[in-house]
Design a protein around this ligand. Structure first.
Ligand SMILES: Nc1ncnc2c1ncn2[C@@H]1O[C@H](COP(=O)(O)OP(=O)(O)O)[C@@H](O)[C@H]1O
Ligand SMILES: [Mg+2]
Length: 466
């Protein structure tokens, strides 16, 4: 599948010429390669893109916010002037920021769309989530710099890339708004040469050439019609026209030479990860105990009971289900032998439903004094915080009637771990489809809660011992 090549124009400094560059670059690219689909959109909250490319007066319902919604990005495109496709700008980016699911949201959306050719993204002068998404997806990041402070700001962009395990060579700097009338004495004759030397000295790559400051170019965005004119049509006799042509040629050659690789890389990384997740899930299913952990009845056909409880120890040496009836019987026998039938029902209701929806239950076995083993039963909320608890002491040598297999010690013995060690079993009522519990997302949550509980238990113990 042919994927698009993405160019982000970014700089944490405002007024360095990002938007002017983004809009004109789109038009110059079309001029250079008529058949190349070129798409432009802006994550800034001004409407320069719309003012430059809009052909009709009709109000657009689609805008760049839709890139993070349920829409296909290709459906958001409007064919604009000069043959450039654009996505209308949005006034409500800030309010909609919470719909962004992560730095890779935009990349995934575009990768799954039919967008092709070159996409140019203009960004705002902050490293917000929109800018981060643009940087993350981009094959090439163009950073206009106009002075030393704007050059210093590049460090944040480069740190962001490094944080995403990318090389900072995706960045390429372009001196912009250069006043060519100013001349220096010494080795660097003008601010362009000085900036370029600074940039290279700091390990950045630069485009050949620069974009000069031109009153004519400045005037293109201020005219009575409210329309913003491009350099190619209204500033052909400026140096900036030649500079933009030269720059566009460099960018186009890079595109031809390297092609779109970034989205491919992202998609491959995601599918590798999905493969890993699937493998981990399969091995968790394989590791499941094949019978009820209490009564040893074999698992039914689909590996599940309708009302089963999932149970695991932290090392996964024991992982499986307990039938609901078995589980209730076990709890009542061991922890509440004195209760009558009605009281038992009430109690179960309280322990297993109670305040928290599907609480976690933790069984912890510790060695007590002499021949005693202590088992704590704690009821914990969704986040693993203790709600209530009860503990009992069991004599190691107490004879258990042969037919009663449903004992706590039996359950702990199934872990195969040293029975002198402290052991914990985490239990929770399984979903309607119990294997859901083993899916990556749910399972990570389960493990996270388990780890948190164990950390708290350790702290509790340390406090007691102090
Ligand atoms: N080459 C140039 N010469 C003169 N003025 C320019 C040039 N490029 C941009 N400008 C002007 O500078 C201001 C900032 O440019 P803009 O592209 O909006 O920067 P940014 O998007 O980084 O904030 C605008 O008023 C624009 O018209
Ligand atoms: Mg701008």
């Amino acid at each position: 599948m042919a994927r698009p090549y993405i160019i982000a124009i970014a700089s944490e400094k405002g007024g360095v010429g990002k938007t002017t560059l983004a809009t004109n670059l789109a038009i110059y690219l079309k001029g250079l390669a008529e058949n190349l689909p070129v798409t432009l959109f802006s994550f800034d909250n001004h409407f320069t893109v719309d003012q430059m490319f809009c052909l009709t007066k009709s109000i657009e319902t689609n805008n760049v916010s839709g890139l993070f919604g349920n829409k296909n990005p290709a459906d958001l495109l409007t064919t604009g002037q000069y043959g450039v496709d654009y996505i209308p700008s949005s006034r409500t980016l800030l309010e909609n920021q919470n719909q962004i699911k992560g730095v890779d949201h935009l990349a995934k959306a575009i990768a799954h769309s039919s967008m092709q050719g070159v996409i140019i993204i203009d960004t705002s002068p902050t490293l917000d989530l929109y800018t981060q998404n643009a940087l993350f997806a981009a094959d090439r990041i163009i950073v206009p710099i106009k002075d030393a402070p704007s050059l210093e700001n590049c460090l944040n962009l480069s740190n962001f890339l490094v944080g995403q395990k990318r090389s900072k060579s995706a960045l390429k700097l372009l001196p912009c708004l250069i006043d060519t009338r100013i001349r220096f004495d010494g080795p660097f004759r003008n601010s362009y040469q000085l900036l370029k030397a600074y940039a290279i000295n700091r390990g950045y790559r630069c485009f050949e050439g620069f974009i000069a400051k031109s009153p004519k170019v400045e005037s293109l965005s201020t005219n009575p019609s409210g329309k913003i004119h491009p350099v190619i049509t209204h500033g052909r006799n400026t140096d900036v026209h030649l500079q933009l042509s030269h720059l566009t040629r460099q960018i186009y050659l890079e595109y031809l030479e390297h092609g779109p690789t970034r989205l491919k890389e992202i998609v491959n990384a995601i599918s590798d990860q999905e493969d890993d997740f699937l493998q981990e899930y399969t091995s968790r299913v394989k590791n499941l105990h094949k019978t009820c952990l209490c009564c040893d009845n074999p698992l039914p056909e689909k590996n599940i009971w309708p009302n089963a409880y999932f149970l695991e120890n932290i090392t996964n040496s024991l992982s499986g289900f307990i039938e609901e009836d078995c589980f209730f019987e076990l709890l009542l026998h061991e922890f509440y032998p004195e209760l009558n039938g009605k009281e038992q029902q009430q109690l179960l209701q309280e322990i297993l439903v109670g305040a928290a929806n599907r609480p976690f239950l933790l069984l912890q076995k510790t060695l007590g004094d002499g021949d005693e083993i202590r088992v704590d039963l704690s009821r914990l909320d969704q986040d693993g915080k203790k709600i209530s608890g009860r503990d009992i002491l069991i004599n190691k040598h107490k004879r258990i009637p042969r037919k009663r297999k449903k004992t706590l010690l039996n359950l702990f013995n199934k872990t195969g771990e040293d029975h002198n060690e402290m052991q914990q079993l985490l239990i929770r009522q399984a979903d309607e489809n119990p294997l859901e519990q083993l899916q990556q997302k749910n399972y990570l949550k389960w493990k996270m809660v388990f780890n948190r509980i164990l950390i708290e238990k350790t702290l509790e113990k340390d406090n007691r011992e102090e």
